[in-house]
Write a protein that binds this ligand. Structure first.
Ligand code: NAD
Length: 263
């Protein structure tokens, strides 16, 4: 299944870590050439880039565009389009988080979260669509979150950005519905990325409880399965949405959240 993905080309923003890096690995394993993006240690990024390319026999490039900078985003899209001779798949995954009450929220953090988690997708989509229209094919996937559908306290900017990206997803889907291009949002619950791992240890220390208690009583309280969403869970929906089989799904949100938003 998903043989049609072989030879496609994808841009994945924020793919130097966590979920985005696993998307790069997952799509590469299905024969997709990839433009990686994100911050981090240059040596580690190069090791990952070369490793994925070698393991799966696909072309993997890296462009370090800062998702807060529209000019750099435009260059990222141009770079990918010229290397691949077009763009088939765009995954807007880069994201940051900040947890604080709104009356104590730093203005600069609000601006950064809106820029990276929401506005960057506007810019990537705007510059990618002409390439997709030319091919008559395109798959745009926006990484939202359970927080794109419901809220939690102390995450004002994140929840606003993620709700915003769900709305943007619908508009884009409608605008290009007759041109072979789909646009969908994926809304994960908690995924055990390196970032969340660090939160578990810190929270256990701060509350004087075990890491197991942090997972079940703090992080996974909202998630009925009491299990983290896995990279495999997410790679499954990504492969489906990017494939020809996904052509009928557009303008919608896919919750992969262990039942969180069913409540
Ligand atoms: P992560 O911190 O492991 O990865 C974030 C990526 O974004 C990194 O590659 C980072 O370098 C990149 N990035 C950050 N700022 C950037 C900028 N200015 N320009 C370019 N790249 C930038 O986080 P993750 O947990 O893998 O999250 C990935 C996405 O999934 C985010 O959009 C996040 O909101 C969403 N998400 C995560 C979870 C979770 O539980 N981990 C749940 C729901 C949604």
């Amino acid at each position: 299944m998903f043989d049609d993905l072989k030879g496609r080309s994808a841009i994945i923003t924020g793919s130097t870590s966590g979920i985005g890096l696993q998307f790069a690995e997952g799509l590469a394993s299905l024969g997709v050439n990839i433009m990686m993006n994100g911050f981090g240690d240059a040596e580690e990024i190069e090791t990952n880039r070369a490793g994925i390319s070698e393991s799966h026999g696909v072309d993997i490039y890296y462009n370090g565009a800062d998702m807060t900078k529209p000019d750099e985003i435009r260059h990222l899209i141009d770079d990918a389009a010229s290397k691949f001779g077009g763009i088939d798949i765009l995954i807007n995954n880069a994201g940051i988080q900040k947890v604080a009450p709104i009356d104590e929220f730093e203005d600069a953090k609000w601006d950064a979260i809106i820029a990276i988690n929401l506005s960057s997708a506007y810019h990537t989509i705007k510059h990618t669509l002409p390439h997709m229209k030319e091919k008559g094919f395109g798959r745009i996937i926006n990484l939202a979150s359970a927080h794109g559908l419901v809220a939690s306290p102390f995450k004002s900017a994140y929840v606003a950005a993620k709700h915003g990206i769900v709305g943007l997803t619908k508009v884009v889907a409608l605008e290009v519905a007759e041109q072979g291009i789909t646009c969908n949002a994926v809304c994960p619950g908690y995924v055990k990325t390196p970032l969340v791992d660090a939160q578990i240890a810190d929270t256990a220390k701060a509350r004087g409880i075990t890491e197991e208690e942090v997972k079940s009583d703090v992080l996974l309280k909202a998630q009925p399965t009491k299990e983290f969403v896995t990279y495999e869970n997410l790679n499954g929906i990504i492969a489906y949405l990017c494939s020809n089989a996904g052509s009928g799904a557009t303008g919608t949100s896919f919750s992969i959240d262990g039942g969180w938003t069913a409540q």
